[in-house]
Design a protein around this ligand. Structure first.
Ligand code: FES
Ligand SMILES: [Fe+2]
Length: 417
């Protein structure tokens, strides 16, 4: 699980957050996980109020922005190649509300950023009613796009309560101008047809060898809300209207990334994904990100097994492959999926979808003998041929699942891997 075939670096030339400022007093130890190591954080009487050292030794350039203690990570820790980015051209005059950190294991920064070139998954994963992503622009250090659609609050949430709520809350027209300032910070300017205006910060830091920590922070423009509502909330001593709405936006963002994480945690990053014509921005995003790789990053060669290195290995018993279910196995380090077609035949394929590498056994479904991928709901027939977004389609040459050679004898299923 989580072994990316196409390795992407976890260390980048970028500004990253360490922790929110308000978490500092509760910090039990001065040590915070950071990249594949840690940093130490201590208070300082000097501006900006904190000293951060990589591995407790190497002092880093520190800035405090949007409620976060941020550091520069790059070839020279104390000498950033560029200043901390200005994320918004105006301020709503209130502090951002910052949610709890979300740690996504087996997820690279690029998984998150690539999603912004992937229009279709907003419908299949996030269950937006409609979506359009446009105007991708790649300038020096900043990548921008516009995103609009019709959404229902929490429609794709894992929580049944929230999904029920999504049927009651009216659908909303949603628009977001999104900018990524290097791999460390995303800035969203949100507006809805209900008149809501908000700013959203996505602050990410790679953690460990292959994990990602994300903080979401939001601030709502209160001044455009009806005056009677603002007056009502001024009587409430517990929570301000600004904080209530800002936290709701943070939670909606968290629900969305949880949906992505159901895919990311099992996905394999493919060097040559079989992208559709409308997905070329994924390639451009990869190119844009590569400018931030540290100078010493080298792509390791991808291991390919020769026929001499392969062996017949027991996968399982014939009766284990029950009808109507997608079964997952790991044999000799290879992940495979197996299912039984309606004629009783067993179909076995490499587990990762050739489109964008999602794991077909983690949320994949069977319909009319076709296997559908959980990411974009593409269907593949019993020969592994791509048949489109419905099970009944004709095979199309764009992509194909890799079949795994297998044999069944005396109730034993063996695979050649
Ligand atoms: S990854 Fe897109 S359909 Fe499988
Ligand atoms: Fe997403």
């Amino acid at each position: 699980m989580g072994s990316p075939k196409y390795v992407r670096p976890q260390k980048h030339n970028s500004w990253f957050n360490v922790i929110p400022v308000h978490d500092f007093p509760q910090l039990k130890s001065p040590t915070v996980p950071f990249l594949d190591s840690f940093v130490t954080v201590e208070a300082s009487p000097e501006e900006p109020g904190y000293i951060v050292r990589y591995e407790g030794v190497h002092s880093m350039q520190v800035t405090v922005q949007y409620g976060f203690i941020c550091v520069w990570f790059g070839d020279d820790l104390n000498e950033p190649s560029w200043p901390f980015p200005v994320l918004f051209d105006r301020s709503f005059g209130r502090d951002f509300c910052i949610g709890k950190p979300r740690v996504f294991k087996d997820t690279n920064l690029l998984d998150l950023i690539e999603n912004n070139g992937d229009e279709l998954h907003f419908k299949t994963v996030h269950r937006w009613h409609s979506v359009s992503i446009s105007d991708h622009t790649y300038t020096d250090r900043v990548f921008r796009l516009k995103m609009s659609g019709v959404i229902s609050y929490a429609r794709s949430s894992e929580s049944a309560v929230k999904r029920t709520l999504s049927r009651i809350v009216p659908v909303s027209d949603y628009h977001q101008d999104l900018a990524f300032h290097g791999p460390g910070f995303g800035a969203g300017q949100i507006s809805t047809n209900g008149g809501l205006q908000a700013q959203l910060v996505l602050a990410f830091t790679p953690i460990g060898d292959n994990d990602l920590r994300l903080y979401l922070a939001a601030s709502v423009d209160e001044s455009i809300l009806p005056s009677w509502l603002r007056a009502l909330f001024r009587l409430n001593p517990f929570v301000s209207l600004h904080d209530l709405l800002s936290r709701a936006i943070v939670r909606a963002g968290a629900d969305d990334t949880d949906g992505d994480y159901r895919i990311w945690r099992y996905k394999r990053s493919l060097k040559d994904p079989k992208l559709l014509p409308g997905e070329v921005d994924i390639v451009r995003i990869r190119e844009w990100m590569s400018q931030y790789y540290l100078n010493d990053f080298e792509q390791p060669p991808q291991p390919v097994k020769s026929a001499e290195q392969k062996r017949w290995i027991l996968l399982g018993r014939d009766e284990e492959i029950t009808a109507g279910q997608v079964h997952t196995f790991t044999v000799a380090g290879e992940e495979v999926v197996a299912y039984r077609a309606s004629n009783g035949e067993i179909c076995i394929f490499e587990a990762h979808c050739p489109h964008q590498g999602a794991h077909l056994g983690r949320g994949g479904k069977l319909e009319d003998d076709c296997l559908s991928c959980p990411f974009h709901h593409f269907y593949f027939n019993t020969h592994g041929e791509f048949v489109g977004t419905k099970p009944a389609g004709n095979p199309k040459p764009l992509m194909k699942l890799n079949p795994v050679e297998h044999r069944v004898a005396d109730d034993r299923i063996e695979v050649f891997v």
